[in-house]
Write a protein that binds this ligand. Structure first.
Ligand SMILES: [Zn+2]
Length: 265
């Protein structure tokens, strides 16, 4: 795999990313409604028309059908191809940044999971247990795998750091949320946020948990400020999950530059 030329490597990741993005669309659409992601097969939400194989090709089918169901002509949201293109772009970016390392698989699985979580959180203000709980377990399992080949590990961190990271991720936000509720009587963050950050700790370790809170506070704070300045009122509910996800993802790919900037502050 180390001998694959970079353009082929990236093109392959792009195709994989499109197909995964197509699957993430199903996850994003069905998980918040507690529907199975395996059954029924892809169909038009309006008329129930089962998608034929050629109607289920990422991005291309949507373009070929002009964004409409072939049966009832109901328009199909541009969100579908957008998620497929975004997934492909992020997949290629992760591959380009990390290269053909053994923990590339872990990096991609983590990226896809937090992307689905973020989109669902933005749309439905929900960080689904159906993704975060298996995500925590999978991260811990990957950290165990690194015991076999410590030199080129399949995970970013070993099991000790992963377990500490999981506890630190859940516990730190729980403390913040409990203190906030005690001071104000209001609920700021939900349990889904605790579990998302526990998942970050399971995959990337406790150091990344701390930096993720820092980055999410800055980016989330900046967006909240823009909301206030734009006069949208003080009573908007802003999901925190996407900012945690973004912070963790940036730390996964560019830890040194971010820590350097942080230390210089
Ligand atoms: Zn239809």
């Amino acid at each position: 795999m180390a001998n694959v030329p970079l353009p082929y490597f990236l093109a392959g990741l792009g195709i994989v990313g499109m197909m995964v993005g197509s699957f993430l669309n199903v996850v994003i659409y069905r998980v918040p409604n507690h529907q199975s992601i395996a059954y029924p097969p892809s169909q038009c939400p309006k008329c129930g028309h089962r998608l034929r194989p050629w109607e289920n090709i990422p991005v291309l089918s949507w373009v070929a059908l002009s964004g409409r169901c072939s049966s009832c002509k109901t328009s199909i949201s541009a969100q579908y191809p957008a998620i497929e293109i975004l997934t492909a772009a992020l997949t290629m970016l992760v591959g380009w940044q990390l290269g053909t390392v053994p923990h590339l698989l872990a990096a991609l699985l983590f990226t896809w999971a937090i992307l689905a979580l973020s989109v669902i959180d933005l749309k439905a203000q929900l960080l689904s247990d159906a993704i975060t709980k298996p995500g925590i377990i999978m991260g811990l399992c990957f950290s165990m795998l690194s015991l076999w080949h410590p030199a080129d590990a399949w995970a970013f961190v070993g099991p000790v750091n992963a377990v500490i990271g999981t506890i630190a991720g859940y516990g730190s936000l729980w403390l913040v949320a409990t203190a906030y509720r005690w001071r104000t009587g209001k609920t700021g963050m939900g349990g889904g946020d605790f579990k998302l950050l526990a998942m970050v700790g399971a995959w990337l370790g406790w150091q990344v948990v701390l930096m993720t809170i820092f980055l999410a506070a800055i980016t989330g704070g900046a967006v909240a400020l823009l909301y206030l300045l734009s006069g949208k009122g003080r009573h908007f509910a802003m999901p925190f999950g996407p900012y945690l996800a973004l912070g963790a993802w940036l730390m996964m790919l560019w830890p040194q530059p971010i820590i350097a900037v942080y230390l210089s502050l």
